[in-house]
Design a protein around this ligand. Structure first.
Ligand SMILES: C[S@@+](CC[C@H](N)C(=O)[O-])C[C@H]1O[C@@H](n2cnc3c(N)ncnc32)[C@H](O)[C@@H]1O
Length: 461
């Protein structure tokens, strides 16, 4: 029976793991479904339905039933992210280590797509902090930028690079999250197809890739900076063995994270007993399989050195003033152009932006505001979803549920405009995007690539 449910040698490979209870583990996979959970966007408070708190994350909530997120306009507005509950433990780790670093921090999420942990980190940092979310696989970058655009913050940059490229930014980051590609056993209940990919040989390949990724990125971590390492695998080779290797090869120091017994998380120690890790088994926590850990870097790998900034553009202050009219607390931002588009990033990040532009392939920087055409701004979708937009500077149209779904499908909207011009299309006060109001029709500018494609009828809200 067991061998039918799980891949060959999978259960036996876990039998010696701390806290592993084979019988309960099997039962949970046979008899229960993965719980549904969401994490709220603290910058977009809304009346999202939520049932029970995730114990280790203040913004995390379980839902008793799984709604159709595709047909919830508040999901598209970025009011929450649908995230597996165990993953939200990264918030608990971050909040434990953040107070140990003075001043603003630069945070890297190295393996970021689709952006679950990036949106989490984005919620956890302050405006003066910077988040670089990187994804190596080009085709996975758009979903990452979409999710971060929905989150709405102007202190985020997205890159599409190999960890080796980022490793050249010596001592640039204060906190690095490596949510590593892994053999994926922690997702077996949620995605049974993942079992077809599992083998001991694949675990070994993942282990080697994890070491390669970590060795490449560690030079970019500042002295006294923190590495958060996580996988969704149960395998010792991908977890505790990696921690021992990090402590031995790079002289990192493991950080113990306080947890409550009633959370059901298993604290483990590596073979050398030098490192602590946190294991999530679905029969013991309300969530899927996860391994998480945190280490501190004790060595100095030098710094980037200084360089002359030759990327300054000549831009007219008149144009900047025009753009600023659309931004709240406009003086807090640095404005720059990429081709014809105007963008804004928190002023504190001008220097970092310059360095990152020079070294990496940037796919999103702060918030894209739009293009100036004479006196008018052709607003970008990112501006609509951002939390920096000055809503008083634009028209706003409140939509009913059915109109919001028409809008998100990029259909015609049953509505007769009374005003003329670019308007935010809102649902329950939350912006979904732009439309252009004309005397007798509405031009729907919801981006084609992310419109609702499903032909299913929309369920009642
Ligand atoms: C576990 S997933 C990340 C999930 C993401 N952190 C989240 O919470 O939504 C691992 C990511 O690593 C990326 N990846 C695969 N190979 C990689 C490599 N050699 N270096 C860096 N990232 C890699 C994958 O494309 C994938 O997006």
């Amino acid at each position: 029976m067991n061998e039918q449910l799980f891949p060959d040698n999978f259960l036996s490979s876990l039998s010696a793991e701390n806290g592993f209870n084979e019988e309960n583990f099997i039962k949970t996979h046979q008899l229960s479904d993965a719980p549904t959970s969401i994490r709220l966007n603290p910058f977009k408070l809304s009346a999202v339905k939520k049932d029970e708190q995730v114990p280790w994350c203040a913004d995390g909530f379980y839902l008793n039933t799984r709604p159709s997120f595709t047909f919830d306009p508040l999901f598209h507005a970025g009011c929450y992210y649908v995230q597996e509950a165990s993953s939200m433990f990264i918030d608990h780790i971050f909040k434990n280590i953040r107070p140990n670093i003075d001043g603003a921090v630069k945070v890297l999420d190295l393996c970021a797509a689709p952006g679950g942990k990036s949106t989490l980190l984005n919620s956890a940092i302050n405006e003066e902090d910077l988040l670089l979310a990187n994804e190596i696989i080009k085709t996975r970058v758009p979903v990452l930028t979409d999710n971060l655009s929905r989150w709405g913050q102007a202190n985020v940059i997205v890159s599409n690079n190999d960890p080796k490229d980022i490793g050249r930014l010596k001592s640039f980051f204060d906190i690095i999250l490596v949510d590593a590609p892994c053999s994926g056993s922690g997702m077996f209940r949620k995605d049974p197809q993942a079992m077809n990919e599992w083998s001991e040989a694949n675990v070994e390949l993942c282990h080697q890739r994890q070491e390669r990724i970590l060795a490449n990125i560690l030079p970019a971590l500042n002295e006294d900076g923190y590495l958060i390492y996580s996988t969704c695998s149960y395998s010792h080779q991908e977890n505790e063995d990696i921690l021992d290797w990090l402590c031995q090869e790079f002289d990192l120091e493991s950080i113990r994270i306080p947890i409550y017994k009633e959370w059901g998380i298993v604290e483990t120690q590596s073979a050398t007993q030098k490192a602590w890790g946190y294991r999530f088994y679905p029969d013991q926590v309300k969530g899927e399989g996860l391994f998480a850990s945190c280490l501190k870097k004790k060595t100095n790998t030098g710094d980037l050195g200084t360089f002359k900034n030759n990327m300054q553009q000549k831009i007219s202050s008149k144009e900047i003033d025009q753009v600023k009219a659309y931004i709240n607390n406009a003086d807090n931002y640095y404005y720059f152009k990429v081709q014809d588009d105007w963008l804004a990033i928190n002023r504190a990040h001008k220097e970092s932006l310059n360095i990152l532009q020079r070294h990496l392939y940037l796919k999103k920087s702060g918030v894209r505001i739009g293009k100036l055409m004479g006196k008018d701004l052709i607003p970008d979708h990112e501006l609509a979803l951002s939390t920096i937009i000055n809503k008083d500077a634009v028209l706003q149209t409140e939509l009913t549920y059915d109109q919001a779904i028409q809008y998100l499908r990029r259909d015609n909207i049953d509505l007769s405009p009374t005003e003329k011009g670019w308007s935010l299309m809102n649902f329950e006060g939350q912006a979904l995007g732009w439309a252009k109001l004309l005397p007798n029709r509405i031009n729907n500018y919801y981006p084609k690539e992310i419109r609702i494609f499903s032909s299913a009828g929309s369920p009642a809200p």
